[in-house]
Design a protein around this ligand. Sequence first.
Ligand code: PEP
Ligand code: MG
Length: 598
Amino acid sequence: MGETKKKKTLTEKRKQIQLKGIPAAPGIAIAKVHIYGTEDIVPREHPVSDQEIPSEISRFREALKNTRKEILAIEKKISKEMGVEHGKIFSAHLLVLEDSVLVQEVIIRIKKKKKNIESIFAEVLNRYISVLSGARDEYLRDRISDITDVGKRILRNLLGAEERTLGELEDKSIVVAYDLSPSDTAMMHKGRVLGFVTDIGGRTSHTAIMAKSLEIPAVVGLESVTDVVKNGDQMIVDGIHGVVIVNPTRLLLEKYQEEKLRYERLEHELVELKTLPSETLDGKKFTVAGNIELPEDVASVISHGAEGIGLYRTEYFYMNRRDLPSEEEQFNAYRTVANRIKPNNVVVRTLDLGGDKFLSQLDVPKEMNPFLGWRAIRFCLARPAIFKTQLRAILRASVYGNLKLMYPMISGVGEFRQANTLLEEAKKELRSEGLPFNENIQVGAMIEVPSAAITSDILAKEADFFSIGTNDLIQYALAVDRVNEKIAYLYEPTHPAVLNLIRMVIENGHKEGIPVALCGEMAADVALTMILLGLGLDEFSTSPIAVPEVKNIIRSVNSFDMKKIAEEALGFTTGSEVRAFAKAKLKELVPKMMIDIE
Ligand code: PEP
Ligand code: MG
């Protein structure tokens, strides 16, 4: 009986589990799971005599010294291999070591408690982490991973334990971890870590940023992946859609193997498309640009053949830090981006704080309806000093490339004028200081509030260009919170109300002779590319990864057909009819799609 039971367990097939997380780095990986870093270092506790205390303290100081050396070596390696921006992450680790309060607390405690230094240090470290976990300040909470990372290093040095890193991984694997510190990620060997997934983390965590630079497919924020996998399980990581599948069925495995090949082929074909213009068969030219959040994303814009940057979301610059970015710091970042992208355009969007993006260093009170509250341009007009610092930095950088400026969440022409008044003040200051800037910098309005779309005829007379922010425009037009998964089924880019607003904005823009771009996620919704082309949109700006496919569609169709498709699409009464129609047309006219549309 016992025999059979055992046999059954051995041959039992583990169930397929599918999880959805946040896509952190694109690509598809299929391999066996390697669970990493679950073992915590728990030092044993033992008493020490008064005479032993000085030698325990000097052991502690020695461990701090060695830890410092290790961190400096990693910082140097990463700066060399991945650029100083990434190396800088480790400066935060050095700051933890220099935290005299932490060091003093350990010394005071050992004298009082007379226990070995490892156990005292572990106590202090855990107390720090638990206090930080409860902190309301986002910046302080974000420091937990830095402190944990450094703390483990110090403990290991105290215990004389060998460092086990992902660099030592022997088999090709997918690394599964609760969290990965930047130093873990930095040690990854691209040939052996085929992908990685974590329970926690967001799109802008340092680890996610590094994954993208290393080009290792990754999904973060899966919440419970470490609870459902075992070492050796087979796993698929779809870093494009943020999907992870544990122990896939043969059928699914085959599907993803094909998908992987197709993705690799796509990457290959990219090289060809990269230098080709976004032009229809009958010679009508469009622009397909990329969206970025950090200067590091420029590499991806270039490698995917995007024709400039249609949206630089600058608020990420203000996140994960205690202070506000200075004019100089911002100037350097904008200049670097402008320089690398020229002669193409870079549209810098001014600070879009609020909604689901909060900055810990600004004392912004919690609101009942943050998406309808003190957001974006509303905040900037109320805090002119912060706004002007950014405007000055953008203006100064404008002589290093083709920078354009764009205000988010404009709800009417009054706000646009108010923002321009501050811009004129910033220009005047720079003139009197003798600092150069492009006097004719173009200033655009984001059209993402229905009132702006409806009054776009007025706005078009004063703005140099429009960029339709459909992520917000859809949520405001349909009264569907863009981050609430319960009502996600109502969030329809194809809703006739949305399509009519887009058409209205394009027509009003063109009547005044200004170009109209679209920089929301809808620009990457390739089933809808043909409708947008037919409505006369001039520019698509999307996450760089979607650029090749949008280009591919543009290059496969002619503008006359697109006009007819757009007209027909506007004749339907529901969003689902429009989508079904658009998908069928896409299949008919662009049989050679690189990505499968759902
Ligand atoms: C949008 O609303 O479509 C947009 C591009 O801005 P964000 O997603 O940053 O709000
Ligand atoms: Mg928006």
